[in-house]
Design a protein around this ligand. Structure first.
Ligand code: SF4
Length: 297
């Protein structure tokens, strides 16, 4: 609530209109995120969204909140710094599969084992879209792209099993063709205290002609409807390894919450320096801060 009134959905929309191709899966992600923030009634001025580089990383421009369009693969370090400076903020990191699971993979792993209270949304289209269609870390084997004219020979990363193994305390997968579930997964991830990964199957309609909306519709199923228990780590790992997997069986792709654990303290809760409150509210401890700043001028 803001001044006792309900914050309207419109207040989470910026004046800048998305520049994505018509039909891009990232539109559903933006809409789902705006709906999640509105459902939770989180004040836009207490939200910071940080992105890397890529089509999907333009998302901070389209959300009415604080935003930081950082550099390739570095959304997590920037988001971590913001969260540690002021844990009272809702911090969201966002980007694509190339950005997060390729160049930013090291940051991704360490943020999960630290259990920082950040929601990380990865718009996974299994291709580099901004650079016009090269294979990414999640491209399937044999997929022909501009950089792999004879087909991909590497195995794709499985972000869900990777997140489980690295210690993420909320692990979910959404699909841009299922907007309702997507918004719910974002809301649960933001509410979760700890690192939340939401990997979103977000088709690139321009450069990935293989993993289309129809391709996914034939394979996705609801984890919840099949009675999956998100508190069961081993069941989550079994579901996670259904797709992608090494023998390229592509039949079933679970959508929903794979895993959630709420009894692990966050990094911020354990960090001794934050016991006295957010750093932004603590005295700088410098007699003359101007002197220090002068060194960097
Ligand atoms: Fe979306 Fe692909 Fe277009 Fe980029 S190139 S905006 S990922 S559809």
């Amino acid at each position: 609530m803001s001044d006792g009134r309900t914050i309207e959905l419109q207040e989470y929309k910026s004046e800048i209109k998305p520049t994505w191709c018509p039909g891009c899966g990232d539109f559903a992600v933006l809409n789902g995120l705006q709906r999640a923030l509105q459902t939770l009634q989180i004040k836009p001025w207490t939200v910071t969204i940080v992105s890397g580089i890529g089509c999907s990383s333009n998302i901070p421009h389209f959300l009415s909140s604080y935003g930081f369009h950082s550099i390739h693969g570095r959304s997590i370090p920037v988001a971590s710094g913001i969260k540690l400076a002021n844990p009272e903020l809702t911090v969201i990191a966002a980007g694509g599969d190339g950005d997060g699971y390729g160049i930013g993979a090291g940051h991704f792993l360490h943020a999960m084992r630290r259990n920082l209270d950040i929601t990380y949304i990865v718009m996974n289209n299994q291709i580099y879209g901004l650079t016009t269609g090269q294979a990414s870390p999640t491209s399937e084997r044999e997929m022909k792209t501009k950089s792999t004219p004879e087909g991909v020979i590497e195995n794709p990363i499985n972000p869900i099993s990777l997140a489980l193994a690295a210690g993420a305390t909320y692990v979910a997968r959404g699909f841009s063709g299922d907007a309702k579930t997507l918004g719910d997964l974002f809301a649960k991830g933001i509410r979760h205290k700890g690192f939340a990964l939401v990997d979103v199957l977000s088709p690139c309609v321009t450069y990935n002609k293989q993993n289309t909306y129809d391709w996914f519709r034939q394979r996705v199923y609801s984890l919840e409807k099949e009675g999956h228990d998100p508190s069961d780590f081993h069941a989550a790992m079994r579901r996670a390894t259904e797709w992608p997997n090494l023998d390229q069986t592509r039949d079933r792709i679970g959508i929903g919450v794979f895993y959630e654990r709420t009894d692990i303290p966050t990094y911020e809760e354990l960090e001794p320096v934050l016991r006295k409150g957010p750093l932004v509210k603590q005295p700088l401890g410098l007699a003359n801060p101007e002197e220090l700043l002068e060194e960097f001028r």
